[in-house]
Design a binder for this molecule. Sequence first.
Ligand code: NAD
Ligand code: MG
Length: 385
Amino acid sequence: MNKKRIAVFGSTGSIGTQALDVIRANPALFEAEILTAQSNDDLLIQQALEFSPNAVVIGDEKKYEKVKAALAATDTKVFAGEAALEEVADFDSYDMMLAGIVGFAGLKPTLRAVEKGKAVGLANKETLVVAGDIVMRKAVENKAPIIPVDSEHSAIFQCLVGENRNPIDKIILTASGGPFLGKKPNFLVNVKRDHALQHPNWAMGAKITIDSATLMNKGLEMIEAKWLFNLEPDQIQVVVHPQSIIHSMVQFADGSIKAQMGLPDMKLPIQYAMAFPQRIENNFPRLDFKKYPVLGFEEPDVKTFRNLALATEALYKAGNVPCVLNAANEIAVWAFLRNRIGFLDMTAIVEKTMQQVTYIKNPTLEEYFESDGEARNFAASLINL
Ligand code: NAD
Ligand code: MG
């Protein structure tokens, strides 16, 4: 069997390094064809020396010479800058893109892979939040399979295997509740970045960890699910499940519910997407039910964690509203991570930006980019950036 050649976009991140762990553990099945990183040149160089990819991209052009020099004795081609991401996404030489870039920056290269008809293992949820209609339409047109990596969506995808077109009643996205489950605004108002960066169940990149603490992550995931599984907004439910053992569920037309379970470990959905439709062996720790005698479920507190309410509003309003929500949130999280604003200010910025930017019902790709820019500028003006 030919090895599957994987293009790991965002190879230095939490998802990217775990994707390389899976490749390293399965050398007969996978090889790394392309690696990309924004600024971590040292890790990118180290990865390139280990995996000998065809090409690497360093986003920060100031680091090009260093990466080029370090890989001079190898066959790896070195590119730099934002446009190079699309250039290498256009290569014929890979089979699957593992889309592990964080944020809006992941949209263009992912779209390029879809336009090439490549399989995409999609971790970058912002791609579908911003322009899900266009991405999914192009995926169908170009027969590009999109296999979710986000654990909730991987769970739903796994529950749907073998169901053909059996009608879905609803999907139930599980949320851990994050580090501030049960807390109220009088507590949250004083939360600082270092506290918010400590997630109880998952070790992830900074942006998604903050999104998990504010519940914006679950809101983004509702929108992601709408596009991946072609659902109406009222078919998407969120339930807080603090143990993160059930990764999500599907309820079918007959009322039966399927759940996918396991210990929280992103390597599993990454491996599942890369090997699909096969399931391959691994040595990841196994779930022992005796250690989890109780699995709990509760309603999310959307009065306290208002980001989830705002994202639900964006889900229903559709058009460019999710794109605006996402852009404002990226700016707000960026500012919070730099101690420029408080925890609850993030919600206020997203809310005000959603009220500000003009509604477009059926945006073109250019209009999505314009809405993103407009929302970023307005959100930044609220923070005096
Ligand atoms: P991360 O911050 O750890 O890594 C991000 C990667 O993207 C890095 O390799 C970085 O170099 C690259 N990058 C950052 N900004 C870039 C830019 N402007 N242009 C090009 N490359 C850029 O993030 P992560 O936690 O790995 O998350 C990646 C994506 O996967 C996010 O969309 C996140 O929501 C999603 N996701 C992550 C997890 C997780 O467990 N980490 C789980 C589910 C979904
Ligand atoms: Mg998730």
